[in-house]
Design a binder for this molecule. Structure first.
Ligand SMILES: Nc1nc2c(ncn2[C@@H]2O[C@H](COP(=O)(O)O[C@H]3[C@@H](O)[C@H](n4cnc5c(=O)[nH]c(N)nc54)O[C@@H]3COP(=O)(O)O)[C@@H](O)[C@H]2O)c(=O)[nH]1
Length: 724
């Protein structure tokens, strides 16, 4: 509000200071007295020179000047005052009345002209009028100054705000925006005025942003706060996160809503708001959130997120009567890479594996890193086993090509267990656990393959724990038994070999077969200890029979992939064989094609070492795995064992028979021995004989039997005698 002004000689509470200049002392005195009586503060100057000196040393509001004075006249004094005190007004009081003098005085800036002899009242009225005007101008200048100061202060406060401050018109167009927007988003405030806020709001948040302004019950006491993304200026199309607080302006609290000038760009401000940049907080939150639900190395969902998604997928599948598949993937030979090339290379390998696996998947699938070299995969929309089978094959193939880690070329494979909802379980934990169980069955069978979970694999969790405990005790209590199944020459009916097959004489459950406990032994790594026991016992038994008159008797032992992959496999095996004084030439180890193909380089090296020491190598279940004939003929292999599934097919006359023909022909071609497994009937035996495959094994000659029974049978003249 402007200060109240008066027309008294006092402006702003102070008396106006007047300089009176005349070269006539008497006139000077009377003029001075007249003004002093009216309350003005008066200084007298006798002539122009003295006047200029006073002007140099004191400030005046007004000067009353005579014109005609010796040396320094009134015009000179006016000029001096204009130069030194431009705010000081001048009134000429002179006997000079020529037009020239008057007009010259007015041109020099005189505010009025009073002729001598003057009328005191007229003079006083003129002085009062001039000082009053001056006082008004000063007051106005002060108000202007205060306004400018206040405006500058508010502008400083608004522009220095850490937040964007804005006003919008009723249509959502900017009326005002502070300069903070420039440093945060790159827009100049002027370019936004008149533009709709949708110009800077991210499209994804536009609907929420619009609703926020229009929603009900928003007032300055109850503003709307929401988080939105705002676009930065330019082509980068980056966004930053802001917390917006906005409310409609109440005309009662701010009367200037109708302002149509300045920054308001002709618009009426309807909304006021602030936008706080919360990008860093959002990014920190997002990172914490990501970390909680992702594996940072592979950036895949972690176990927690996988379970969450699986739970949702199960609910959805149950509601819609659909299937889904859970796969448990465990990398083969990852440990070897990690142990030999170091963890940094191991990490790189995991990232590269992730990349290849991801390429095989569709958008809705969830691949997660479950831990270590284990991954889980959720396929939420599959129609049949075939869909899952197709993807499993794709994943296995994807990892077949070598990985280049620096200078090293490494091979890994993957063992995949698959459980389908609802067949293999209807809960999240069950599906994961059953996929895990199925995966261990793949591992036990030589890795690098896939298997669907089936009930026969199932050992519920409590049973698993009991079984694991029992198995450990079985090793302590020596409950493992070794049975021997004869391998017979069908020409002579003589036993040429014995395959050692483990059994577990369980104190409560009776005699258990490998399928009941071997997967668990693999999983718990008890397989190493178990295999040592089997080998020790078999070397003792068969060694005794060899020495007792069966010098060519062959001992065939099954080896687990875990044993074969152990770096000290050859050393350990040979130590045990030597410990029992067992002739290495009578020992045949059976391994599957997959075990070899898993790590061709390492395994073939080990096989060569063993073969060099006289040990025979047999490929078990031949024809069912992933072998490449290209490699087989270059490996030190002595025997191919035709898988029983092909032998069984002989009777039905389907493709299996053709496969037997092919395998036997190939074995002959490669000069390998051949043993047909699972021979149960005369028909099969005859067929095999016809192909020239004379070594057979199967229930036709008898199942695996305890050592005592085999010992008796060996005493008989022919193997047929041991048949049941
Ligand atoms: N690492 C080790 N693995 C072992 C050991 N002992 C066994 N095993 C592995 O378990 C698989 C199953 O063995 P098993 O239940 O003993 O079955 C063998 C025979 O009983 C069975 N067989 C033999 N003849 C016939 C037949 O005519 N019909 C028929 N239905 N089954 C028959 O086949 C199994 C032997 O097969 P193979 O090993 O392929 O020669 C077994 O396959 C081993 O992998 C062990 O100590 N360590």
């Amino acid at each position: 509000m402007a200060p109240e002004l008066t027309d008294q000689p006092f402006s702003n509470g102070f008396a106006a200071k007047i300089l009176v200049v005349d070269d006539e002392p008497r006139l000077l005195r009377s003029l001075s007295s007249l003004l002093q009586e009216r309350g003005y503060e008066v200084s007298e100057a006798l002539g122009g020179r003295q006047a200029c000196e006073l002007v140099n040393s004191q400030a005046f509001d007004l000067a009353l000047l005579d014109l005609r004075m010796p040396e320094v006249d009134g015009f000179d004094v006016m000029s001096h005052i204009a130069d030194t005190q431009p705010d000081c007004g001048c009134i000429v009081v002179s006997g000079e009345s020529s037009f020239t003098a008057v007009s010259r005085a007015l041109r020099r800036g005189a505010l009025d002209y009073i002729r001598k002899p003057f009328d005191p009242e007229e003079l006083l009225a003129t002085v009062e009028s001039v000082t009053g005007k001056q006082s008004l101008i000063k007051a106005h200048e002060q108000v202007q100054f205060r306004l400018e100061k206040s405006e500058a202060l508010h502008r400083y406060i608004v522009n220095s705000s850490p937040d964007i401050v804005f006003m919008l018109d009723e249509k959502g167009r900017f009326c005002f925006v502070n300069s903070k927007i420039e440093s945060l988003l790159g827009y100049h405030p002027a370019e936004l005025c008149g533009r709709h806020f949708r110009h800077i709001i991210d499209d994804r948040d536009l609907a929420r942003g619009t609703y926020a302004l229009q929603g009900p019950n928003i007032t300055s006491d109850n503003p709307r706060t929401l988080e939105v993304r705002l676009k930065t200026r330019g082509s980068r199309r980056a966004t930053r996160h802001f917390e917006i607080t906005a409310f409609p302006i109440d005309p009662q609290t701010w009367q200037h809503t109708e302002n149509t000038t300045g920054n308001f760009n002709g618009k009426t401000a309807h909304y006021y708001g602030t936008a706080r940049d919360v990008t860093e907080r959002k990014e920190a939150e997002a990172f914490i959130n990501f970390q909680a639900y992702h594996d940072l190395l592979t950036r895949l969902p972690n176990r927690a997120l996988f379970k969450d998604r699986l739970e949702l997928a199960i609910t959805h599948a149950r509601r819609n009567g659909q299937k889904l598949a859970v796969m448990f993937l465990d990398l083969d030979r990852f440990k070897v890479v990690n142990d030999t090339l170091g963890h940094a290379m191991g990490d790189r390998l995991l990232q590269a594996v992730t990349h290849r696996l991801e390429k095989c998947l569709r958008k809705g699938d969830t691949l997660s890193r479950f831990g270590g070299d284990e991954f889980t995969l959720l396929l939420p929309s599959i129609h049949s086993h075939e869909d899952a089978r197709g993807i499993a094959k794709k994943l296995i193939d994807a990892l077949k090509a070598p990985f280049q880690l620096g200078d090293h070329e490494v091979f890994v494979g993957v063992s995949i267990g698959i459980s389908l909802f609802p067949d293999a379980g209807d809960s999240m934990d069950q599906l994961i656990q059953n996929a895990d169980i199925a995966m261990y069955h793949v591992k036990a069978k030589g890795k690098d393959g896939y298997r669907f979970f089936s009930d026969s694999m199932s050992i519920d969790t409590a049973n698993r724990l009991n079984l694991e405990r029992d198995l450990r005790m079985a090793l302590e209590r020596d409950e493992l038994r070794v049975y021997y199944q004869p391998q017979v020459c069908s020409k002579s009916n003589r036993i040429v070999g014995l395959e050692a097959l483990v059994r577990w004489q369980h104190p409560e459950r009776g005699l258990l077969y490998p399928r009941d406990f071997l997967p668990l032994a693999e999983e718990t790594r008890l397989i190493g200890l178990l295999s040592e026991r089997v080998l020790d016992k078999a070397c003792q038994d068969v060694g005794r029979w060899i020495r007792a008159g069966h010098p060519d008797l062959r001992l065939a032992v099954n080896l687990s992939p875990i044993q074969v992959e152990h770096p000290k496999f050859v050393e350990t095996l040979m130590q045990r064989v030597a410990a029992h004084n067992f002739p290495a030439g009578n020992l045949e180890i059976e391994i599957t094609e997959n075990v070899i193909m898993n790590d061709l380089e390492q395994i073939s090296q080990k096989l060569r070492e063993l073969a060099g020491l006289g040990v025979r190598i047999a490929i078990d279940d031949f024809g069912t795995g992933y072998s490449s004939l290209n490699y087989i003929h270059r490996l030190p292999i002595h025997t191919l064992k035709v898988d029983q599934s092909f032998v069984k097919a002989i009777r039905s006359g389907d493709d299996g028979a053709c496969i037997v023909n092919a395998i036997v022909a190939m074995a002959h071609g490669l000069k390998l021995e051949i043993v047909a497994e699972g021979v149960e009937t005369d028909e099969q035996l005859e067929y095999l004989r016809g192909l020239g495959c004379h070594q057979v094994q199967g229930f036709f000659y008898g199942p695996a039997r305890p050592a005592l029974e085999i010992c008796k049978a060996l005493g008989q003249s022919t193997a047929r005698a041991v048949a049941f």
